[in-house]
Design a protein around this ligand. Sequence first.
Ligand SMILES: [Zn+2]
Length: 315
Amino acid sequence: MRVHRWLGGAALFVALGMSSVGTALAQAVPQGDTFTLKLAGNETAATADSGTVQFIGTATVLIRYAGLTILTDPNFLHKGDHVHLGYGLTSQRQTNPAIEFDKLPPIDLVILSHMHDDHFDKLVQERLNRNTPIVSTREAGEALKRLGFKQRFVLSEWDRLEVSKGSTRLRVTSVPGRHGAAGVSVLLPKVMGSVLDFGANADTPDYRMYISGDTLVYDDIRSIPQRFPGIDLALLHLGGTRILGVFKVTMDGKDGVQMMHIIKPKKAIPIHYNDYDVFKSPLADFAREVKAAGLDDSVVYLAHGDTYTFTPRKR
Ligand SMILES: [Zn+2]
């Protein structure tokens, strides 16, 4: 973010003129690198009869599976607090997190889609244990390094992190995401979506989860279901966030349904809605579009604090 700060309004509009360039790059899908994270765990403790997804607020979700506890995009500020989005822009939180930061269980891994204040806020920057493993973009990794976080796993697109804890296995793969139209996104943090493959064989996972990150729907998104078919659950960052009230940088209700048509998840859970005043598309927009598309049976609506329980396939 900081490196782009010198870019003024003129550069923004030059960049907007280039918005079609990015689509030509969509075809090449290289194999990524593999990194590993071995967590201390009891070899016999893991059971995977079910897993849970608890929605805390914004894009903050607590995922539990067979002794593994994963936290996404930690945001624990309260109603009325402000976040900085760069370029002097701020946004006010409209909701409270369902769990206080101090009440979190021990966290094995944080998955951070990008470094923005509403995804890794100042409270978290100050108080999250410096030894917590965090997987994110290269750009966020640099910021995390400056903040003193020691276990950083920096993934480029299609890179993956193989996580083991006792006999529990998880593979996290970085997949395409882009914060806004091509021209606008160069002024915003790089974003990664992620695919979480739970189970001993990541190629035939017991459960496959996709987390969109703050992205719009664009050509590269189509490569995700090509490489990761059979997604069981998609966590969709909605909100229809508007920067300067004009530039859309996250999916609105209509985009969310378009994303479902592309990803074809068995179930989808909308997150990242109604939490900030820059979120201009309320959850009701998505719900209306879902109904119109006949997708009601594929969507699970979680209020803040609610938990969805999923059942992995038996091997
Ligand atoms: Zn966001």
